[in-house]
Design a protein around this ligand. Structure first.
Ligand SMILES: [Zn+2]
Length: 274
């Protein structure tokens, strides 16, 4: 185990805050090898204002749902798992609109000659259904999730989002996944109590922040809007401010999971970013 990974484990076990130690300084961070953007669903929503209170009330919006696969040496990290693969066979309509999937996650992994068991880590930004839909596809991967999110999702009376009896590393703050600063989970509560985003460094592409649902689309991010379903408006504003600072320090891009116009500009797997 590399020193940074060892330290991170020690701090996680002792429950101390990782905020001060998990982020390798930008200048000494290594780079991940490849990043694959995967299509993990589509939402045809009937009312944008669910995410932008008072703005575009009653106006429909189409949203993407993105998964990201990262290769680091011979290890793989799956970031978010999208809607359940079953939606590729049958779209689901409900109060929000219609959720569908053009392609299964399992099929997109197979295109890369990967099986779910090849994935070392699965990390989810949070436990809403459009992000954890395929966590159970990876029963042998170690799930990286905040303890606060586990407490939130598995509270009494709620439908469990996935099987809890699995390899799982509960986090209490930031986490340097590979111990070299290339891929860091940043704790960004607000959308849910244990929401997190992913900070990634690639050699050619540079620094990226994968948003989770810190914001659902570009206009909401630009205007610092808080969706009505968020668990804490104060935490959401604070998490946004924190990510802005990290982005500013590293000249990082923000890739917003559900922002369909930007999703359409991405190279999709099996193409990749490096
Ligand atoms: Zn979402």
């Amino acid at each position: 185990m590399r020193p940074a990974a060892f330290l991170a484990t020690v701090f996680a076990v002792t429950g101390l805050s990782l905020a001060a130690v998990a982020q390798t300084p930008a200048a000494t961070a290594k780079a991940a090898d490849r990043l694959y953007v995967m299509d993990c669903g589509h939402i045809a929503a009937t009312d944008q204002s669910r995410w932008s209170p008072g703005v575009n009330v009653g106006k429909p919006i189409e949203l993407s749902d993105t998964c990201t696969l990262i290769r680091h040496g011979n290890q793989w990290l799956m970031w978010d798992t999208g809607y359940p693969d079953a939606l590729a066979d049958k779209p689901v309509s409900g109060a929000i609109g219609t959720a569908s999937r053009d392609k299964k996650l399992a099929a997109q992994l197979a295109e890369l000659n990967l099986k779910p068991d090849d994935i070392t880590y699965v990390a989810v930004s949070h436990t809403h259904g459009d992000h954890v839909g395929n966590v159970d596809l990876f029963p042998r991967s170690t799930l990286l999730i905040q303890q606060a999110e586990i407490d939130f999702a598995f509270a009494a009376g709620k439908t469990p989002p996935f099987k809890k009896d699995r390899p799982l590393k509960p986090l209490s703050g930031d986490f340097d996944v590979f111990g070299d600063g290339s891929v860091t989970i940043l704790s960004t509560p607000g959308h849910t109590p244990g929401h997190q985003v992913l900070l990634v460094r690639l050699a050619k592409t540079g620094w990226l922040v994968l948003s989770g649902d810190l914001a659902h689309f570009q206009d909401n991010w630009d205007n610092d809007r808080v969706p009505s379903m968020n668990s804490s408006a104060d935490q959401t504003h604070a998490s946004r401010a924190r990510v802005l600072k990290v982005m500013d320090e590293r000249k990082a891009q923000l890739w917003i999971n559900h922002d369909l116009p930007s999703f359409k500009t991405r190279k999709l797997s099996p193409q990749f970013y490096d």
